[in-house]
Design a protein around this ligand. Structure first.
Ligand code: TTP
Ligand code: MG
Ligand code: MG
Length: 446
């Protein structure tokens, strides 16, 4: 379909539904402990003196400014009457499964993107359940009736617009953007609502007089391209609500990736490493949300001259933890970044194992132990600026639960079990002359 402005977005009808639970971990605690209802609940670590970070906060606590990934101490300062609750991963994982099972009753086209969030494409479900808006209402009602939790849902022609809609009226929101009304819906919203627009891009756009998505849509495309390069083209697409990424069904998800385009090309090793860490962290979070582990890490490095190199290497063992993914990514990227100004970095996990039947938080002690070791290693690496993740989030890098901006492998339909380097630009790490997806990969990283 072609909209009045002549821009096709590829889908004629609004059938994409993102579903995201509200204040998920905190909502589960409030459900199970009635004395917490209506109270500022902060989930994470051992309390306001703990050195950890906030997992999430109830909407009551958010009024005090408490946010995910904020140091618990800061949360304690902002919200002195906050009630701190430790993370109960096994419980949230079980709830997540129940919710995903509910979603699958409405369509098999469910792409889970994090522990509390999935995209549905209900194009084939209308005969059974009614139009998409009706399906959205039914989903919300079913989740509430069966789990006691609330979810926010969007309905639109693309993941991008639908997701912005589902975030807009949280908690317990439902926002429908009919086909053809994407640009009008987006126009009054601040540019920061768009994927990939962090604080730095927001500031740079403000300097051009661009504050709303409507301002952005009216900008001459070449001016944006001159200022932001390829990212400028993505910005223009986003401003028009264009996002062609379909809903990937689980078995179709073959890789999980994040990319970051720097607002200014950089050769600062610390910035590059921090970015790789943020990307690895995002990939690891997504893997854990999907109950999968990656066997191979792929990095993408684009320099200021738009030369793009991708390199891959198997991991010592399949993982869903940030640290090994980061280490592998750094090892692959370092020689490619040396002496160059870097424009874009990407980290992707591929060769995913089968969905984990036991779940995200199974053999809890072992996993916690490993996660803590990873956190310690990161602290050693970056000194005592404990909250690397929080810093990264502040800088507008992909948040752990955001969508994959690229999904390059999945999108190109690459079958990773067949080694076809011509179809993708991936090169193998010359040091890693290993058959991918063989379990007996030597320990490359130690
Ligand atoms: P989100 O969906 O991002 O947040 P939320 O459900 O708590 O709140 P809302 O969607 O209403 O804004 O993340 C889902 C859960 O993932 C969240 O409840 C806790 C966990 N989480 C973390 O542990 N650390 C994080 O940094 C984030 C963003 C989430
Ligand atoms: Mg949520
Ligand atoms: Mg979420």
């Amino acid at each position: 379909m072609t909209r009045p402005d002549g821009v096709g977005h590829g889908r004629e009808r609004a059938t994409i539904l993102p579903v995201d639970l509200d204040a998920f971990f905190a909502a589960v605690e409030q459900r199970d402990r009635p004395e917490l209802r209506g109270k500022p609940v902060i989930v994470g670590g051992g309390g306001p003196d703990d050195r950890g970070v906030v997992s999430t906060a109830s909407y009551e606590a958010r009024r005090f400014g408490v946010r995910s990934a904020m140091p618990l101490r800061t949360a304690g300062r902002l919200c002195p009457e906050g009630i701190f609750v430790p993370v109960d991963g096994a419980k949230y994982q079980a709830e997540s499964r129940r919710v995903m099972t509910i979603l699958r009753r409405f369509t098999s086209r469910v792409e889970q993107v994090s522990i509390d969030e999935a995209f549905l494409d209900v194009a084939g479900s209308e005969a059974l359940f009614g139009p998409p808006e009706e399906i959205a209402r039914r989903i919300k009602a079913a989740i509430h009736a069966e789990t006691g939790l609330t979810a926010s849902v969007g309905v639109a022609t693309s993941k991008l617009v639908a997701k912005i809609g589902s975030d807009l009226r949280k908690p317990d929101g439902l926002v429908v953007v009919p086909a053809g009304e994407e640009a009008a819906f987006l126009a009054p919203l601040p540019v920061s609502r768009l994927w990939g627009v962090g604080p730095a891009t927001t500031t740079a756009l403000a300097e051009l007089g661009v504050r709303t998505i409507g301002d952005l849509a009216r900008m001459p495309p070449d001016a944006l391209e001159r200022r932001f390069g390829k990212h400028g083209v993505e910005l223009i697409d986003g401003a028009h609500g264009i996002d062609r990424d379909p809903v990937h069904e689980p078995e179709a998800v073959k890789s999980v990736g994040h990319e970051h385009t720097f607002d200014r090309d950089t050769s600062d090793p610390e910035e590059l490493e921090r970015t790789l860490l943020g990307l690895a962290d995002g990939v690891a979070w997504r893997l854990r949300g999907m109950g999968r582990r990656a066997g191979t890490v792929v990095v993408k490095v684009r320099d200021s001259g738009f030369r793009t190199v991708t390199r891959q290497a198997p991991l010592p063992e399949p993982t869903d933890l940030a640290e090994p993914i980061f280490q592998a990514a750094l090892r692959l990227a370092r020689p490619e970044m040396r002496g160059k100004r870097i424009r874009l970095l990407g980290v992707t996990g591929t060769h995913l194992d089968e969905p984990d039947q036991l779940g995200l938080f199974s053999s809890e002690d072992d996993r916690r132990h490993r996660a803590m070791q990873a956190a310690d290693a990161l602290k050693r690496k970056f000194g005592d600026r404990t909250i690397v993740r929080a810093r990264l989030l502040d800088r507008g890098l992909p948040a752990p639960f955001e969508r994959d901006p690229s999904s390059p492998l999945a999108r190109r339909g690459v079958d990773e079990s067949s080694d076809e380097p011509e179809r993708v630009t991936f090169e193998r790490d010359p040091d890693a002359d290993l058959a991918p997806s063989e379990g007996d990969a030597p320990d490359l990283l130690t």
